[in-house]
Design a protein around this ligand. Structure first.
Ligand SMILES: Cc1ncc(COP(=O)(O)O)c(C=O)c1O
Length: 405
């Protein structure tokens, strides 16, 4: 299925490929995706890469990625119902990366753990309440449920007065990690198998923001210090836990930090998801360059003025801080931009720029989403392209009738 390098990505090529497909539609350019996959394996320096399902949200592609190379090992999932659904579909080695308060789904997990004690999904915990929720669904004869402790990876400066990173786990210090692990040890029906720390302030923040050199320099400075601090702290936590727990997994990183996280000796595996599709938010990193691999096409439906082309729909904003970087990016033909007043709208997206004057009603414009998997919440199918051909049309999670949060 793999080819040596992605063919050029031009409006003409995609127009040839999609000549028979009615827009709107979404697609994944497999040549680009496999080039991205290879690049990420290289950056992971031989460590296994767990695939983040939230950033792919398509069963067929998750399976194809796992089948493509044995170094892609296991999935990092994002909700417990999703995890159970994937397990039902035959996916194995599942690590749920976010804590759950879904007691019904925990009950199902408990049944799975009885059926397959060593192969059941691992769920995330960071406090005693999470342990109590798990225990509340376990009968006296239940098999142990496997858990992973999440260590906060944020970077604290000025004695903790400044905290940079996502507000995730309250477990930050070695002492806090040991205390939670001891709590787990006291509970025979819960088994601690893994530790995870996700350094979003490194992995998820481009260090070369366009037109903002000083900000870029400040981000690189912060990321260097944060990476060094986390390497020390993660190492100390793993050593302390290893005194009384046999950790099978020490997971870290994401698309944006593969080379840094994989360099830490204690890390047994890294995670990557967004890098397969390479959405717009991943364009601005100094450490790597991915090839855009996922997009969507919209039809031009009106021309409010000769130099403006208005496409149907398009307001597929990405989650996050709500800044302009969350808007989709007009991609092909090159030379289009969003209108500052309207942005990408619920029912229409006016396009400005040199190329807009050339577009007429019925033409198609190709866009990229700011994030990876969220594109799949807008479309039932992905058209898979290889070379000059659509080789398959596969359901997204949404096309499978599944939405997980
Ligand atoms: C726990 C965790 N690990 C890894 C990642 C990295 O995912 P990606 O490679 O899609 O950036 C994320 C992204 O949010 C995450 O929450």
């Amino acid at each position: 299925m793999r080819v040596s390098g992605p063919p050029s990505q031009s409006h003409e090529r995609y127009e040839r490929v999609f000549a028979e497909v009615e827009a709107p539609f979404a697609f994944v350019d497999l040549d680009a995706m496999w080039a991205n996959a290879d690049a990420m394996l290289e950056r992971a320096r031989g460590k296994p890469v767990r695939v983040a399902s939230k950033s792919v949200r398509c069963r067929a592609l998750l399976q194809a990625i796992l089948d493509s190379d044995e170094r892609f090992a296991g999935l990092m999932t994002y909700t417990l119902p999703e995890t159970l659904w994937l397990a039902e579909q035959g996916f194995e080695d599942l690590l749920l990366a976010y804590p759950t308060a879904d007691v019904g789904a925990l009950g199902e997990l408990a049944l799975r753990s009885v059926a397959n004690p060593d192969g059941a999904p691992i769920v995330m915990v960071d406090c005693v309440e999470h342990l109590e929720a798990i225990e509340s669904v376990l009968g006296p004869r239940a098999a142990p449920v496997r858990v992973c402790v999440e260590l906060d990876a944020s970077w604290w400066a000025l004695g903790g007065r400044i905290k940079i990173g996502a507000k995730r786990s309250p477990v930050h210090t070695v002492e806090q990690a040991v205390a939670l692990a001891r709590e787990i040890e006291r509970r025979p029906q819960i088994e601690l198998d893994a530790l995870m720390a996700y350094e979003g302030q490194i992995s998820g923040v481009g260090d070369r923001p366009p037109g903002r050199r000083l900000r870029g320099r400040a981000i690189r400075w912060m990321q260097r210090r944060s990476a060094a601090e986390l390497a020390r702290r993660r190492g100390a936590v793993v050593r302390a836990l290893s005194e009384f727990v046999e950790l099978q997994i020490v997971n870290g990183g994401g698309t944006g930090s593969l080379e840094l996280t994989s360099a830490e000796d204690v890390v047994t595996e890294v995670t990557a998801g967004s890098g397969f599709y390479a959405p717009a938010l991943f364009d601005h990193y100094s450490r790597f360059a991915q090839t855009p691999a996922a997009g969507f096409a919209l039809p031009v439906v009106r021309k409010p003025a000769p130099k403006i082309a208005t496409a149907l729909g398009g307001g597929y904003l990405a989650s996050g801080a709500g800044d302009a970087g969350r808007l989709p990016v007009p991609w092909l033909p090159a030379g289009l931009k969003l209108d500052a007043e309207e942005g990408a709208g619920e029912v229409q997206t006016p396009l400005l720029g040199d190329a807009a004057g050339e577009l007429t009603v019925g033409d198609r414009v190709y866009f990229r989403h700011a994030k990876a998997g969220e594109l799949c919440e807008r479309f039932d199918t992905l058209h898979l392209v290889q070379g000059e051909e659509i080789v398959d049309v596969v359901p997204t999670y949404r096309g499978d009738g599944q939405t997980f949060c």
